[in-house]
Design a protein around this ligand. Sequence first.
Ligand SMILES: [Fe+2]
Length: 184
Amino acid sequence: MPNALRMIKDRQKAMFSVLLAVRTIARRAMRSDGKADFPHLKSLLEYLDRFPEKLHQPNEERYLFKAILSREPSLSRVVARAQRDHAASKGYLVRLRAALQDWEDNVEGGMSQTAIVADDYVRFARRHARIEERDLLSVARKVLNEKDWQEVERVFSAAADPLAASKSRQECTMAVRQFSGLAA
Ligand SMILES: [Fe+2]
């Protein structure tokens, strides 16, 4: 598998893990006293904003999708759909941030809304990953040449994702801690 595709999978996994963590924290709080570590939750959302949403998805569009289109122009509708998904994904993050803020401000329903939006967001991200694999990455494997892959890999490597690079749960926890420090 080209290294760039492995990087996409690792980044998707990191994104899903972060969203599942937000969902789990909110669901647990609903079953207990409703309290949460808000700085930690905010650092998880900050990660989603900085890496998957503002770096990885734009890089996919600018480099990977562009390379696929230059080899296979008939995929323009499929690429347009993936781009619409990326835009919609940002909408989920806006809603998640608003729900979390409501929860922290003790607004009625904020905590349950955080769990619901995190769940919707991860379902959407997983569906997007499945469709991207089926309609775009499977074609990329066939039509992109060595040079195309090197260029995509170069750009993806430059946008070093601290969570996707983590190899274990412990490393992930450390990366989030470090990231919270950076985000503070
Ligand atoms: Fe994508």
